[in-house]
Design a protein around this ligand. Structure first.
Ligand code: ADP
Ligand code: MG
Length: 699
């Protein structure tokens, strides 16, 4: 390994196209390629030959087991390992792997969230091989990417609807392309490049914080004397331990064929970012799930803990994920690339219109696709875009849209009348399109960047929404234009109309500004601030209709997912509240009590020998601690009561609201008291590592 060059290392643990070509008989290889390209059914004999070749290859790579690797609704991945061993009848074993085992698996699925889709009496789900995502070897195991469904065919995972959404988008985009005379493209693919933020802290510090262990975030912590205000961490030089971590991470990712490309320090101390080169949406999703897993395990090997929570530290920037998204033909044409000719420009404008219309029509769905208890701490908190969805297109493109809408002259290079299909659009250099970092959804030259995701998210959810809503806008456009007798005139009319109807969603200003919140309200844009406010959009008839029309979700699947999301929110806050209560009882109160009695004894001793006691010691310090510990007790009791009381609520949505309005608020209140106490209690009594200690724990 040590002396392998990167090109040799790259993909060395992946059963990719090159390996298949080399190891499979020609007809089997052709059959697999056809299945990958067209989604055709795989014959059992083809599966058998493939499975055997896969097993031989995997065993050479050190694999003893195989697993169907899937993405249940927990948001993380699941795997159950089976070894290849089969008794040969003589007391020995041979290594075997059948086509049947490759194609289909039957994990006991009863313990995965199904939102009621699978009653316990038919608890079995099955996993089905997704041949569009290559198998790979990791930790002596052959991993087979799979979809996860119930026996009646309902999706129990994130991959199935993602693949369906890619299909829907492809279908509708091809309809549009045919109208422009494009006949060679057989498929349109959505591509994604996710930028991933994370924190690295020392594992010893991590293990001393039950809140980090159980909740992924700190529930207490006073502001450190030095946080991120010096702005000296962003793009700063990378510390040796972090460098070592990144080196090993890259190597592992490359082996698995993950195109790890960019890495740098982020705004907050101890915060970093990694981004791969973009790939097809389902591959990018698999890779991002793997990336998150591998980051955690490599961190642990290096004595570090990798935090993927959206907001590990209050008052310090949290972590997000930017999903760069574009659509292109299988012939390699990026449909969000403005192009050089009037003809290409017109096609680009129509796809641009589809995105603008889609985002405006389904703001609520995009918002809910990024809703979680963790992300509620970030959106709208001046470090991430607000909870209001809007699109940044840049000044130049904005002017062009205005000129198109009003039939007026465009003031670019000389005054031009913008006529679709006749005038050439100017180029949009990346730096004029990419400057505004406060926009939740930005056009960046030839792709869109969706910036509202939380760092721990599976990117599948937001991509499913994005693909489907754009498919829906394209469908409406295609329905209209396919019946046109004057394509050029109707195209012009459609573009103008779309700009007029949907320009309210375009906002190029500062998204962190209070004035934008007010402006957005005047424009009638939705501002769903918290998860319980955002989630009900999922089951609105208009949205159910849209998802079912494109066969991305059935109505049942939507209802179950809605239930799972609500439940997940409640569970998260509940765990946080219980952890908080426990930490206050076991760590905070003992610290306060012992410091309090130490101070009281000192003061008593001084007084008993007639020494003067300073007002600082007596009133400012001990007095304040006494007041705070009184209030600490009351707030602790109040929180405990709230946690018990909400359990009486049976309606899921009402419960989620109560967790937000009662439990979460009580937690914030309790926290403020603990944080002040932290600033007063002597270090030797305060056993919880402070923010300063955590954020500077890695050197
Ligand atoms: P930054 O946002 O930090 O300026 P870039 O915009 O260059 O960085 O790239 C961020 C991510 O966008 C990378 O993962 C990159 O591969 C991805 N990306 C670049 N072009 C496309 C595209 N056409 N479609 C999807 N993702 C893309
Ligand atoms: Mg970016």
């Amino acid at each position: 390994m040590e002396h392998k060059s990167i090109p040799e290392l790259f993909g060395s643990m992946v059963f990719n196209d090159a390996v298949m070509k080399e190891r499979l008989p020609k007809d089997t290889y052709q059959a697999i390629k056809k299945t990958i390209a067209d989604g055709t059914h795989l014959e059992l004999d083809v599966a058998n030959v493939t499975a055997n070749a896969m097993k031989d290859w995997a065993v050479e790579k050190g694999a003893t087991h195989f697993t169907h690797w899937f993405q249940p609704m927990t948001g993380i991945t699941a795997e159950k390992h089976d070894s290849f061993i089969t008794p040969d009848g003589s007391g020995k074993v041979i290594m075997e792997f059948s086509g049947k085992s490759l194609v289909k698996g039957e994990p006991d699925a009863s313990s995965f969230p199904s939102g009621g889709l699978r009653s316990t009496f038919e608890a079995r789900g099955y996993t089905a091989w997704d041949p569009t995502s290559y198998a790979f070897v990791k930790d002596h195991t052959l991993y087979i990417p799979t979809a996860f469904c119930s026996y009646s065919g309902e999706a129990l995972d994130k991959k199935t609807p993602l693949l369906r959404s890619m299909q829907a988008l492809s279908h509708q985009a091809l309809r549009i392309l045919r109208l422009f005379g494009v006949t060679d493209a057989k498929r349109v693919v959505s591509s994604v490049g996710p930028e991933q933020e994370y924190f690295l802290i020392d594992k010893e510090v991590y293990l001393k914080r039950p809140d980090l262990i159980y909740c992924g975030r700190t529930l207490f912590g006073a502001n450190p004397p030095k946080g991120q205000e010096m702005e000296d961490h962003y793009f700063g030089s990378i510390k040796p331990r972090v460098r070592e971590f990144m080196r090993e991470l890259n190597e592992e990712l490359w082996k698995l064929g993950i195109l790890a490309k960019t890495e740098h320090n982020e705004v907050a101390p101890a915060q970093h970012e990694i981004a791969p080169i973009y790939s097809e949406a389902n591959i990018a999703t698999d890779h991002n799930q793997l990336l998150m897993d591998i980051m955690k395990s490599i961190a642990s090997k290096h004595g570090l803990a990798c935090l993927l929570h959206e907001k590990p530290f209050a008052g310090i920037n949290g972590s997000g994920k930017h999903v760069n998204w574009s659509i292109s033909t299988d012939t390699g044409i990026n449909l969000l690339e403005p192009g050089d000719t009037p003809f290409e420009n017109a096609q680009f404008l129509l796809f641009l219109m589809a995105v603008i219309k889609a985002v405006d029509d389904y703001q609520d769905l995009l918002r809910l696709s990024v809703a979680s208890a963790g992300n509620d701490h970030r959106l709208g908190a001046n470090e991430a875009p607000p909870a209001i969805v809007s699109i940044f297109v840049g000044e130049e493109l904005n002017e062009i849209l205005n000129a198109l809408e009003n039939g007026t002259l465009y003031n670019g290079k000389g005054k031009t009348l913008m006529e679709i299909g006749a005038t050439v659009l100017p180029h949009f250099p990346k730096d004029t399109t990419d400057r505004n970092r406060t926009s939740p959804f930005a056009f960046t030259g030839n792709k869109f960047e969706f910036r509202m995701l939380g760092s721990s998210f599976s990117i599948a959810g937001p991509i499913i929404v994005l693909n489907t809503i754009v498919a829906e806008a394209l469908r409406q456009f295609a329905d209209e234009l396919e019946n046109s007798s004057d394509f050029k005139a109707d195209l012009n009319d459609l573009i103008k109309r779309t700009i007029k109807e949907h320009k309210r969603i375009i906002f190029n200003g500062n998204g962190y500004d209070q004035s934008w919140i007010e402006e957005a309200e005047r424009r009638g844009l939705s501002n769903l601030k918290t998860t319980p406010e955002a989630l009900p959009a999922f089951i609105q008839p208009k949205n159910v209709e849209m998802f079912t029309r494109h066969r991305v979700f059935t109505e049942q699947e939507i209802k179950s997912r809605y239930g799972i999301l609500l439940e997940n929110y409640c569970k998260t806050i509940n765990i946080e509240a219980l952890t908080m209560i426990d930490m206050v009882k076991k760590m905070v109160i003992p610290a306060v009590v012992s410091y309090q009695s130490e101070l009281a004894e000192l003061i008593l001793r001084k007084k008993s020998v007639g020494t003067e006691v300073s007002t600082y010691l007596d009133e400012t310090l001990l007095g304040r601690i006494s007041i705070l510990s009184e209030s600490l007790g009351r707030k602790l009791e109040y929180l405990t009561e709230q946690v018990i009381k909400v359990r009486e609520i049976s309606d899921h949505l009402e419960l989620a609201k109560a967790y937000r309005e009662k439990v979460f608020i009580a937690m914030s209140d309790l926290r403020s008291t603990v944080d002040e106490l932290e600033t007063l209690v002597a270090k030797k009594h305060w056993t919880i590592p402070t923010y300063a200690e955590i954020l500077n724990s890695v050197n």
